[in-house]
Design a protein around this ligand. Structure first.
Ligand SMILES: NC(=O)c1ccc[n+]([C@@H]2O[C@H](COP(=O)([O-])OP(=O)(O)OC[C@H]3O[C@@H](n4cnc5c(N)ncnc54)[C@H](O)[C@@H]3O)[C@@H](O)[C@H]2O)c1
Length: 263
């Protein structure tokens, strides 16, 4: 019951990593406000989990949306202790072909939104004497993927912005950390991947662990960072990627030399 009496705002909390976080946060005693575009899925999750889950239709890219959401959350649950900035969208396209609106939308949802939410929620965390912010960045913010221009830029921005939050608000007793998933079995990734024959197998081959993560495995680390167990951690960038970012990208010589390492 790490979260008994605590309240979290979770953006993108109706699906994938966000929904896994919400389920366990509530199971461990907390209350959640889900900020979502997909209100149907948010409503279904709230109906399933009970009155400690509320939801609002919010486009996280809307700069004006968070102040009313934060106020509403504080009124309903008595305050805000945790902000999980997790909503995100993918994006693919090389720079010369990138539509400007597509670039802007990707940066707005994945990066600007984190700033908007923190701007509105930090005063509420301060009012509680402190709190925790967890931002979902990505392995794709720690290094670059071919063709993921705007997404790579946005997620790298989330990582360094999280460090800014951490140092600026450490004396307010507010911790801020980012998590960096590798490929995770959620609609965001699999809806595209599973349309292309062989792509999942190729992607899994590249991950040292040999598989996509389950959303619960990413949420478990976000929950740890949100909890008092991580009271000594702020400003950290935590890969949860099955070893993806530990790898230089060079070929696996065992493939040519054999497992014993000799030809
Ligand atoms: N799935 C992966 O492989 C992977 C890898 C690295 C990072 N991530 C990051 O993890 C986070 C969660 O993604 P997921 O994989 O669980 O995906 P998901 O698609 O299952 O869930 C994302 C949720 O965010 C919501 N959302 C999207 N845009 C929104 C907006 N403008 N306003 C409000 N809600 C919005 C969606 O409705 C959805 O419910 C994202 O930030 C994503 O970039 C995912």
């Amino acid at each position: 019951m790490r979260f008994a009496g605590k309240t979290a705002i979770v953006t993108g909390g109706a699906s994938g990593i966000g929904a896994a976080f919400v389920r366990r946060f509530v199971a461990e005693g907390g209350s959640v406000m889900i900020a979502e575009l997909d209100v149907e899925r948010a409503a279904a999750l709230a109906a399933e989990l009970g009155e400690r889950v509320a939801y609002e239709l919010v486009d996280v890219a809307d700069a004006e949306a968070f102040a009313p959401l934060a106020d509403k959350t504080a009124r309903r649950f008595g305050g805000i202790d945790i902000l999980f900035n997790n909503a995100g969208i993918g994006n693919f396209g090389l720079t010369p072909d990138m539509d400007i609106e597509q670039w802007r939308r990707c940066i707005a949802v994945n990066l600007d939104a984190v700033f908007y939410a923190c701007r509105a929620v930090i005063p509420h965390l301060k009012a509680r004497g402190g709190g925790a912010i967890v931002n979902t960045a990505s392995a794709s913010g720690m290094a670059a993927d071919y063709g993921f221009t705007a997404y790579n830029a946005a997620k790298a921005g989330v990582i360094n912005y999280t460090r800014c939050l951490a140092i600026d608000h450490a004396r307010d007793n507010i911790r801020a950390n980012s998590i960096c998933p590798g490929p995770v079995d959620t609609p965001l990734l699999t809806s595209g991947v599973d349309e292309i024959e062989g792509l999942r197998a190729e992607w899994e081959r590249i991950v040292p662990a040999g598989r996509f993560a389950r959303p619960e495995e990413i949420a478990a680390v976000a929950l740890f960072l949100a909890s008092d167990d991580a009271s000594g951690m702020t400003g950290a960038t935590v890969p949860v990627d099955g070893g993806l970012t530990a790898h230089t990208g060079q070929p696996d010589l065992r493939d040519v030399l054999g497992a014993a390492g000799t030809a």
